[in-house]
Design a protein around this ligand. Structure first.
Ligand SMILES: Nc1ncnc2c1ncn2[C@@H]1O[C@H](COP(=O)(O)OP(=O)(O)OP(=O)(O)O)[C@@H](O)[C@H]1O
Ligand SMILES: [Mg+2]
Length: 251
């Protein structure tokens, strides 16, 4: 099976070579655990090291903020954008209209024949989109609300949006990474509780502070069709980006 390398030191070995081609990988973790840096590094390495064009879609940061975050690690996105190897797209969740963003993402993928795709983050997109869809379909939801509690219709909508997004990503020719926020204490692998089942793979990022020391670590929770390594591995934030230390394993 063809594997798509992340190029992140240590990670491809954990994944038995990389992400299976055309799969969707969910990166889930709490605030500041490295979800954005990891997904950006996947797109940057694809373009820089493997000659694979990539589209990076962000709900949380503008294009300039993404470029600046990359610059902090010495990654020149502007140059790769000029060479049509990378396209950045910011979805403004306060103004986005029902699924027009999916058409835009498709057009961007086609414009550079992208092989890699990132959505950062699925949580923001679905949590903001669900209420706006309720407004757009108010009659339908008035009717549904009379038989189902409103909070439940919102949850159902968010899940429906996730399913739609993931289906659309599956239909592209891309190997995709989507990020999801994870509350500090939960038994689920994502805040929405469905992405982990719809995605082919799940990587969990954790942060832990003990006295004056703190640790970041990574766990490959699942990866369909892959004999991935199990356990928890140290994650390091270096001046060149993230690195996974394979040998030092916790518990
Ligand atoms: N230039 C840098 N060098 C080293 N570490 C950095 C650098 N910039 C950020 N970091 C570390 O990375 C963390 C943020 O990573 P990132 O933005 O990928 O997290 P995230 O999981 O996307 O967070 P959020 O939930 O806010 O979206 C910071 O909290 C900091 O510890
Ligand atoms: Mg982020």
């Amino acid at each position: 099976m063809e594997k798509v390398k992340t190029g992140i030191v240590g990670l491809d070995d954990l994944l038995d070579g990389g992400i299976p081609k055309n799969n969707i990988l969910l990166i889930s973790g709490g605030a500041g655990t490295g979800k954005t840096i990891m997904s950006l590094q996947y797109i940057y390495n694809g373009a820089k090291l493997y000659n694979e064009p990539g589209v990076y879609v962000s709900t949380d940061q503008t294009e300039d903020e993404i470029r600046n975050q990359a610059k902090a690690f010495g990654w020149d996105l502007k140059d790769l954008e000029k060479k049509k190897m990378i396209r950045l797209m910011h979805i403004d969740i306060t103004t986005v209209k029902d699924h027009e963003y999916l058409r835009k993402i498709s057009a961007m993928i086609k414009s550079i024949k992208a092989k890699r795709l990132v959505l950062d983050s699925m949580t923001t997109l679905t949590e903001f989109l669900a209420p706006s869809e309720i407004k757009d379909n108010s009659k339908l939801f008035d009717m549904m609300g009379s038989v189902i509690p409103v909070s439940m219709t919102e949850t159902m909508l968010a899940k429906n949006t996730i399913a739609k997004v993931i289906k659309q990503f599956k239909d592209t020719n891309c190997t995709a990474v989507v990020t999801s926020e994870l509350p500090e204490t939960t038994n689920w692998l994502s805040r929405d509780t469905v992405s982990e089942f719809l995605c082919d793979g799940v990587i969990l990022l954790h942060y832990m502070a003990l006295g004056e020391k703190d640790f970041s670590h990574l766990e490959v929770r699942k990866m369909r069709q892959t004999k991935h390594k199990r356990g928890t591995f140290e994650l390091h934030f270096t001046p060149k980006g993230l690195e996974v230390k394979e040998e030092e394993k916790f518990g």
